[in-house]
Ligand binder design. Structure first.
Ligand code: NIG
Ligand code: ZN
Length: 412
């Protein structure tokens, strides 16, 4: 199978050498080729260049991209797309004045999703999650991290992992599975959180490791959920089984989770709606990617992650959807890129870097995804005709995508 895309108005994120991470001022640069061609063989980017240098090549499929922009597919490094049903009633409750915390304290929130998930079969969960994933692919996403975390029992967490495994095997999208070992305290452990953390450490982590599905471990480090001390214990237990941390920190409160993540070689620390100078200092000269989730801030009406402070300190930044039923019922990375520009004051170049190379880094595979580089996987977006790539974030709410190529195949 081979595809030739000709007359591309602008080919974005072109790197001769594989780029793994983009930091600080470099995020303002987005290398591109005007009037370009791109040649794909099987699932791989083989060649690209300026049309004037194109010497002709036989391809089974030819696409004329006159007036259109081509860029790497979005890399969405933070999602919870395996869930059952929805939480529409909580959405309406919030409009009527209840807060996210009040809903959670009344047994709603993550506990509500856990109850629904425990009563849903593996097959049904697989169908629901696949439908969400396919919508994301049509919206330009080619690589997705998927977390467990709505099980809240060992059995249901393992069921979630098996669903993610099936999705990983079947989907054309690249999937990064994460064991979100500690997402909320189940009601039966309300007065004995330590016993629940012990169960995670002694039972869930070893059993999850034996399934060999997830590479990453996550904890919701937050007031009313898991403390820095709980998180430390869980990450250290995970380390014994080679799980690398990717953690939820600083969504509502600054507890010290950023430093803890860095100290435990976290691949990413995600949310960061609340952030102080100590957190910024802790992130400098580390391998940990800060990840902002602008659609979560939008949906919950909480502060936006201070992206300017992060990038202006010379740090990298990734952006992701956080697709989940409670705080972000949307997997639309185009909206995330728009919101990053409009609310986080990122330039279009910074937002596109954050949603491609840096998103891939936050899943541990920027060596194969996130840029137009010979030898990388052919996951691409072909936009509708537009004058400049800044129209992608500018025209928020409009789908900028004409066609998607995923794993070297035209998505239909
Ligand atoms: N904050 C923790 N987890 C999810 C929300 C979970 C839920 O409300 O179901 C998040 O990242 O926003
Ligand atoms: Zn999340």
């Amino acid at each position: 199978m081979s595809i030739l895309i000709k007359n591309i108005k602008q080919l974005l994120q072109v790197h001769e050498n594989s780029v793994k991470i983009i930091k600080g001022p470099a995020m303002k640069k987005l290398p591109l080729i005007e009037n370009a061609y791109l040649y794909i063989k099987d699932d791989t980017i083989v060649e690209f260049g300026k049309m004037e240098n194109f010497s002709g090549v036989e391809a089974e499929t030819e696409i004329d991209a006159t007036g259109k922009i081509v860029l790497p597919s979005w890399c969405d490094s933070h999602t919870h797309i395996v869930y059952a049903g929805n939480r529409v009633s909580e959405f309406v409750d919030r409009i009527n004045g209840l807060s996210y915390a009040e809903i959670a304290n009344n047994g709603g929130g993550i506990l509500n999703s856990a109850k629904q998930l425990q009563n849903t079969s593996e097959d049904d969960l697989y169908k629901q999650a696949t439908k969400r994933l396919n919508e994301m692919i049509a919206l330009g996403t080619g690589a997705v991290e998927i977390k467990t975390g709505y099980g809240l029992t060992v059995e249901a967490e393992l069921k979630m992992l098996k669903v993610i495994k099936r999705i990983k095997q079947d989907s054309l999208a690249k999937i990064a599975p994460t064991l979100l070992a500690a997402h909320a305290i189940p009601s039966e452990f309300r007065n004995n959180k330590k016993a629940y953390v012990d169960k995670i450490i002694n039972e869930l982590i070893p059993k999850a490791s034996a399934l060999r599905i997830a590479k990453f471990i996550d904890v919701f480090c937050e007031e009313g959920y898991f403390s820095v001390e709980d998180t430390k214990r869980i990450l250290e237990a995970g380390k014994k089984y080679n799980f690398r941390p990717k953690i939820h920190v600083n969504q509502f409160n600054i507890l010290g989770g950023v430093k803890l993540g860095v100290d435990n070689n976290a691949l990413s620390v995600d949310h960061l709606e609340e952030l102080n100078n100590k957190d910024i200092e802790a992130l400098k000269n580390t391998n940990t990617m800060p990840v902002a989730l602008p659609a979560c801030s939008y949906f919950l009406g909480i502060p936006y992650t201070p992206a300017r402070q992060i990038i202006d300190a010379g740090l990298p930044l990734a952006i992701a959807t956080d697709y989940n039923p409670g705080s972000t019922p949307s997997g639309n990375m185009n909206f995330v890129v728009s919101t990053a520009c409009i609310k986080l004051k990122m330039t279009p170049e910074e937002a596109i870097n954050a949603a491609t190379v840096n998103g891939a880094y936050a899943m541990g595979f920027s060596n194969m995804y996130g840029s137009i580089t010979r030898g990388k996987k052919a996951n691409l977006i072909i936009t509708k005709p537009m004058d400049s790539y800044a129209e992608i974030p500018y025209a928020f709410g409009t789908n900028p995508i004409d066609q998607v190529i995923i794993n070297g195949q035209v998505w239909v």
